[in-house]
Ligand binder design. Sequence first.
Ligand code: PLP
Length: 387
Amino acid sequence: MDLSYIINELGEDREQYFNAIAPPIVQSSNFAFDTVAGMRERMLDEYQGFLYSRGNNPTIDILRQKLAALDGAEDALVFSSGAAAIFAAVLSQVQQGDHIISVKEPYSWARQLFEKLLPRFGVTTTFVDGTDTTNFEKAIQSNTRLIYLESPNSMTFALQDIPAVAALARSRNITTVIDNSYCTPLYQQPHLQGIDLVLQSATKFISGHSDTIAGVLTGTREKIRKIFISEFLNIGSGIAPFSAWLLLRGLRTLEIRLQRSAESTRQVVSWLKQQPRIQQVYFPLDPDFPQYELASRQMKGAAGLVTILLKAESRQQVETFCDSLQHFLMAVSWGGHESLAFPACAALSASDFDPREEKHRMVRLYIGLEDPDYLVKDLAQALEKMG
Ligand SMILES: *Cc1c(COP(=O)(O)O)cnc(C)c1O
């Protein structure tokens, strides 16, 4: 299916709504029936149509069709956050006594789920260094049901060899889930590499305007239907029609926003690599990145996020750099129009800062849609102020 078709036409039935170009926000909690027979049919199979907007809704349905097609999947569910998509995906695959293998540094709320919440229900997790596929194989137990991937992650960009891990999991009858937020379906389609369930935080690139929290989960119709009639309806964390409409609006410009951000990121990365105050620059499509070869093989592109390791002797120097930025906003998240800086040390209590720990001196930058020269000037003056 052509990307242009998916973004501009798929799922849009304009004759149903006055030939409006922008689809309506169907802000209705429920849908009426003419006959008991019609109502019964729907109540017996809510997955197939409109009954109640905790399940299906026409605005959300357009979005689901587009997001599924982008992933090369049969169906998609859209959640009120990426964290909810993670929760439903994982919960749907395990029961008491089961075991999960996860990459060692998944998104923080995935880690929280594995470490804190699931053990209360008898589900245990082994964290492995996913840069080496044999670590997954070594961690498999007789009760392993799920392998959880995130490639690349959004701080150090560690990758997993997706086709290799998927093949291993298939051979052992283990389900695979991947967090694909960094790449989006435009730069990586893990279903085509053998992954069962693909999720992403739509808050980031899909929304693209820093105004919506949402998550996406895609898979076969069979898998998605099973999650829909259980975890999805039961947790009740589906997206609202207005947020779905914002995501549809975001999708219209996804390709061009990614292109702009990717091009600017390349320019900023090559500048950052020449700066004496920067010890290292992490970007998966930089030839000096340790997993560059794998990244080039399994990703079609990379945009926005780049992490720098500052040469700093003190917390103060890192903070001075960040506090001096004039145009990069200091904030969590990414994928919007605006460039951002996220200092890893903001997640530490000040007294725990240790300059010998590389992690503590890392600052993640997100390169948004501004002119790259404008951003470089800002970075230059802030590095200058570090002293
Ligand atoms: C933001 C993010 C999430 C969580 O998504 P929310 O929409 O914030 O709930 C999950 N994974 C990654 C990699 C993220 O960056």
